[in-house]
Design a protein around this ligand. Structure first.
Ligand SMILES: [Zn+2]
Length: 277
């Protein structure tokens, strides 16, 4: 712990050299962040790794500094490499958390300390667009905690301007580097889009109509559970495409390597999250 405090104190002295301030343009901020990462790497190499063991340790509050100057929960690797590698690290961290969730060996957390540590601000490095279904809470199934994930949820994990605006905020202002679009088994919204049943309100019609064109292509070839399952995967891929197609900010971030988008499927029965190819 003393070593962490010393690292943070050293970074506090060195950060002005990285040129970070609130008036920087996004480009300047990205350059400054990369400079800061190099400074972190030098400090880390001199003082030893800041990364806590990946499993078997209880969260005792945020202690390590992330790429964005945020405080990261112990157990979160501090990345200082190429942006693509860093994005991959974030996804690997979430999959590692999912394996703990599947096994039932989730981390113990000092939520009171974490809550206090986050009062001054949030620095989540991952965004999760998930269905509103009560069985797919992203923090639970990725075994993450307060401040770790910027979560946007809509029935059927559909994308609209409000969803895109939320994600743009997280990327532009919180410097999130990964978006996970998470579909799940037996999704009611996808089931509704696969059905010809009458939809009882205009709002529900609007929801179903967002998904129907995607699943309609599958309806001539598949039916029942297989149709829904394939529809969930196709709908997640469609949402990922919508993110890139309809947001200049997010598309630019992807093209520059500052943001990665992953589509994934959550299995209700096993608890497992798998990336969709
Ligand atoms: Zn759903």
């Amino acid at each position: 712990m003393k070593r962490h405090l010393f690292v943070l104190a050293a970074l506090a002295l060195l950060l002005p050299a990285a040129g970070l301030n609130a008036q920087n343009s996004p480009e300047q901020l990205h350059r400054a962040i990369e400079t800061k990462q190099r400074i972190q790497q030098r400090v880390s190499s001199q003082l030893g790794s800041q990364t806590e063991p990946e499993s078997g340790s209880a969260h005792g509050g945020h202690a390590a500094t992330t790429a964005h100057g945020a405080t990261a929960a112990p157990g979160h690797a501090v990345s200082a490499g190429h942006p693509d590698e860093e994005n991959a690290d974030i996804w690997a961290r979430l999959l590692s958390g999912n394996r703990r969730f599947v096994s039932g060996r989730t981390r113990m957390r000092g939520v009171v300390a974490q809550r206090a540590a986050l009062v001054g601000g949030q620095h989540p490095d991952a965004i999760v667009l998930a269905c509103a279904d009560s069985r797919v809470g992203p923090e639970l199934l990725f075994d993450q905690s307060l401040g770790d994930l910027f979560v946007v949820r809509t029935a059927g994990n559909i994308v609209d301007p409000i969803v895109l605006g939320s994600m743009e905020y997280a990327v532009e202002h919180l410097h999130a580097r990964l978006i996970v679009v998470l579909g799940h088994g037996s999704c009611g919204a996808v089931k509704a889009a696969c059905s010809n049943d009458e939809t009882p309100s205009q709002n529900l019609v609007a929801l179903v109509q967002e998904i129907r064109p995607t699943v309609q292509k599958l309806m001539s070839c598949f039916e029942g559970a297989e149709l829904v399952d394939r529809g969930v995967r196709a709908n997640a891929r469609h949402s990922a495409q919508q993110i890139v197609a309809n947001s200049v900010i997010l598309r630019d971030a992807v093209e520059k390597g500052h943001l990665k988008i992953v589509t994934a499927y959550y299995d209700l029965s096993t608890g497992e999250v798998r990336q969709i190819d």
